[in-house]
Write a protein that binds this ligand. Sequence first.
Ligand code: KG4
Ligand code: ZN
Length: 409
Amino acid sequence: MRHNLAMRILGIETSCDETAVCLIEAEGDFGPSFEWKILGNALISQAALHAEFGGVFPNLAKREHAKNLVPLLERALKSGTQLAAGSWQPDNYQLSTINSILEREPELHASLIPFLRHHGKPDIDAIAVTYGPGLEPALWVGINFAKALSAVWDVPIVAVNHMEGHIIMSLMDTKSPDQHSNVLQNVRTSGKLADFEFPLLALLISGGHTELVLSKSFGTYELIGQTRDDAAGEAFDKVARLLGLGYPGGPEVSRLAAESRRQGIPLHTPALPRPMLHEDNFDFSFSGLKTAVRRLVEDKEVSDEDRMGIAREFEDAVADVLVTKTMRALEEYGANTVLVGGGVSANEYIRKQLDAACQLQATSCKLLIPPPELATDNAIMIALAGYFHALKKEFAAPETLAAKGNLAL
Ligand code: KG4
Ligand code: ZN
C-alpha cells in the first residue's frame, strides 16, 4: 500500500550505452528517515553492440535507446503494477504537441503513440531524466521521451545530473531480500541512507569521468581534481582493446589481472608508470599509461601469460594512483567519508585497495561503495537523485530542457 507521504518517481537513463527505466517509491527528507524501494526496474545494455567499435558509437546508441525505451517502460511499470489499462484519445492539440516533441525521434514516436493509446496514466509524481553529462544524441532521446510522457500524463520533469546520480547511489545502504540475486533485478530491493558524515570526498570513476569532488553538505559539490586526458574507465577500455579483449574493457582486464594474481605468475613486464602520483595536486592522467601498454604489445608476439601480466600491472597502476591521491585528499580536506561512484567502482581490486587504505587511516574512515550492479549506469540512481530535487520542487521547464553533454556537477 502506498503511504500518503511517499513519492513515486519514474527514472530514465540514456546518457551512454545503457537504456534504463525504473519506478521507485521514496519517502522522507535527506536524513535517517529517508527510505526507498524499487517497484520496477528494466535495463538493456548495448555493450555487445558497441563491442565491434571498441567503444560507444553515439548514433548507434541513440537508435538503440529509441528502440528500447517503450518496451522498458512497459516492463518497469508492469512489475510496479502501474501498467494501467486505459485509453488515451488525444485531441488535435495534444497530438501536435507530441508530434513536435518527437519530431526528431521517429522510431520512438512510432512505438510510444500506440503504447500511450492503450494504457492509462500510471500513479507517479515525477519523471526524472538524465540531461547530462553524456553523449548528446543519446541524452536527447531520453529527454524527449520524458517530455512526451510529461505532456500526456501531466507529470513534472526533474532534470538530473548523471554524476550526481552516481554520488547519491553510493550514499545508499541497499538491502536486497536475497543476497545472491542481482540487487537491480529484485523488485524487493530497498534502501536507506548510509551512516556517514559530511564533509565527504567522492571519487567518481567512469567511462567519461575521473574526478575527486568534495561535498560539505548535501547537494553541494566542489571539484578538487580531475583527469587531464583519459578517464579511468576509458583507459581500461583502451587497454582491453590493445590486449585484444572485448568491450567494455574494465571487467575483461580485471578478470585477466585477477587470474594472474591467482596463479602467482611473476611479472615479466617492466613496471608501468604511475602518472602524476607524486605531483602536488589532485589531478590524474591515464593516457600515458595506455601508451606505455601500447609499447609493450605493439608489433610483438604477446603470449597469454604476458597479457595477464600486463593486465595486472595496469590495474595495479590505476589502483595505486587512485587510492594514493584519494587518501591524500581525504587528509588535506579533513574528510572522514570516501564515496566511490561510477562504473569503475565495480572493479573488485580497486574496491579492495581502497578498503585496505581506509583501514590503515589513523582516524576512522568510512568507505561508501554501491554493490557492483548499482555502480554501473542504471535508472535507480537517476530516480533517487530526482526524488530529492522533486522534494524541493526543483522541476525543469520542458520548453527549455536540453541535453548538456559536458554538464558539470
Ligand atoms: O558509469 P558507467 O557505467 O558509464 C559511464 O557513465 O561512463 O562506466 C562505464 C565504465 C566503462 O569504461 C567500463 O569499462 C568501466 O566503467 N567498468 C570497469 C568495470 N566495470 C565497468 N572498469 C574496471 N573494472 C570493472 N570491473
Ligand atoms: Zn555513469
